[in-house]
Ligand binder design. Sequence first.
Ligand code: CA2
Length: 151
Amino acid sequence: MDSSFLSVLVLHGPNLNLLGQREPGIYGASTLEDINRDLDSLATELGIAVDALQSNHEGLLVDAIQGASQKHQGILINAAAYTHTSVALRDAIAAVNIPTVEVHLSNIYKRETFRHHSYIAPVVVGQISGFGPDSYSLGLRALVNYLKSQH
Ligand code: CA2
């Protein structure tokens, strides 16, 4: 597929709107706006489009995933706490069959044991965890390479 036609939906889960304002020791100083701006620049460099959405509501994220097939060829998601709780997000990702990459700012395997399990990991192409905001840019690059290799 011509990469100029690639569009990626970036989803940020609950509380990520607080980035840069609270807990900088764990999640760093970057705000969500900074992360989205960097992804926009990277998208331009890669010749693709990105649309970003943050929500604190599980159903809204499910709706966004279900709607993604209308417009997007890939999904980059930091499901935040829903990573560890949400069968609904996992089922939505599996149902739409759009290649998805899971990212986390922190290394979830170095943290509390309840963060070690991801419900969505089995239905995504791959996971990047522990590189702060770089997890998103690494994830987007990997997703775009994957999408290009499929077409
Ligand atoms: O490391 C990540 O990206 C996480 O997905 C972040 C989630 C956490 O529940 C996951 O286990 C790992 C939490 C996002 C909450 O972000 C905040 C940002 C600033 C202040 C408080 C929370």
